[in-house]
Design a protein around this ligand. Sequence first.
Ligand code: NAP
Length: 336
Amino acid sequence: MDAYELQGHTLDSLRRLLLPTPSPGPGEVVVRVEAASVNYRDYALATGRYQSSLPRPFVPLSDGVGRIEAVGEGVEDLRIGDRVVGLYATAWQDGPFRSAYHASKLGGPLDGWLAQYIRLPANAALRAPEFLDVEQVSVLPVSGLTAWTALRRLQLRPGAHLLVQGTGSVSLMALQLAVADGIDVIATTSDEAKAELLRTLGARAVIDYKRTPDLAAVVRDLTDGRGVDGIVDVVGGNALLALLDAAADNAHIAIVGFLQGFEVNGNLIAPIMSRQLNVHGVSVGGRRDLEDFLAAVERHRIEPVVGAVHGFDDAVAAIASIGSNRAIGKPVIRMD
Ligand SMILES: NC(=O)c1ccc[n+]([C@@H]2O[C@H](COP(=O)([O-])OP(=O)(O)OC[C@H]3O[C@@H](n4cnc5c(N)ncnc54)[C@H](OP(=O)(O)O)[C@@H]3O)[C@@H](O)[C@H]2O)c1
C-alpha cells in the first residue's frame, strides 16, 4: 500500500513508500482510509519538538476515518463497508486513564492514518456519524474528543460561564459542545475575521487576546465580577498565570495544550490554593468517552469546522502548514 513513514526527527524524514497492505488478525479490522487530519502533535513529532524518544519508524497521524475493508476472526459487531473512526489510545476502553495507554496511541508509537489502510483492534474502531462528510469526521477522534473530555472535567451546568482560547480545533469544538448544552461561552482570538465565526458558533463575547493587556479584567466585567466557572486551556506557559485571574472561586480548569510551552514561571500555587481552583489534566479520552461524544455530535447535529483540504501527494506540506497555521480549523488530507 501507499503510505508515509516518519523515519527520523525532521520533516525531510517523512518518507513516502510502499508498505505491505495489512490483513486483520483475530479481533482486528482493516480500514481503507478516506481522510485524516493533522494535529499539532503530528507536526511536533515530525520536527523533533515532542517525544523525541518515541521509536521510529511509524506511519503518522492520529485522527482519521475510513471504511472497513476486512474483518478478522471473532469480530461480530462491525461489518465490511462500515464507516469508522479510530480510538487514539487504542487500549483505553473504559475507566480512568493509565500511563500505560500512551504506548497504544495511533500515529506514534503505533502506525497511524497516513496510509491507504490501517489495521485496528476492533474495539478501537467506532462507527462514525453518517450525516457528516469525511473531512468533518476526520477531526472528531482526537481534537473533538479532547474538547468533550475537557468539558466533562469542568462539570458546568447550563448558564455557567466558560472561557475558550483561539480558533484551533479543540477550542472550536469545546465552544460548539458548550453552546449546545446551554453554557455561556466567552472566546478569544487574535483575528477579527475569526471573531465573526466564533460569534456565529454561539460565543456571547469575543476578546482579542493580543490587544487586551488585562484579559482577566475583561472576563470579570463580562461575568458581573465573578470570573468564569470553567476554562479549556490550550495555551499553557506563562499565559496560564494570567488566565487564573479570570477564574471564579472554585472554578475548574482543563489543561489541554501547550501552544505557549510547558513551563510556567511564577506564582501558580497561591491562586489555586486560595481560591480553591480545580485543575485537571486532559489526554484525549477513552472508548466510552468517544462513544458518548459521537452520540452527542449526532444528537446536536454538530458540524465540526475543518481547515484546508490537501491531497495525499501533498501530505508533507499539510503537516508542515501547522507550523505557520493561521487558518481556522485543522488541515485535512484526503486519500483519494
Ligand atoms: N491534551 C490533549 O489531549 C490534546 C489533544 C489535542 C490537542 N492538544 C493540544 O492543544 C493545543 C491546541 O490544539 P488545536 O489543534 O486545537 O489548535 P491549534 O490549531 O494548534 O491552535 C492554533 C490557534 O490557537 C490560538 N492561539 C495560539 N496562541 C494563543 C494564545 N497565546 N492565546 C490564545 N490563543 C492562542 C490561535 O487562534 P487565533 O488564530 O484565533 O488567535 C491559533 O490559530 C495544542 O497545544 C495541541 O497540542 C492536546
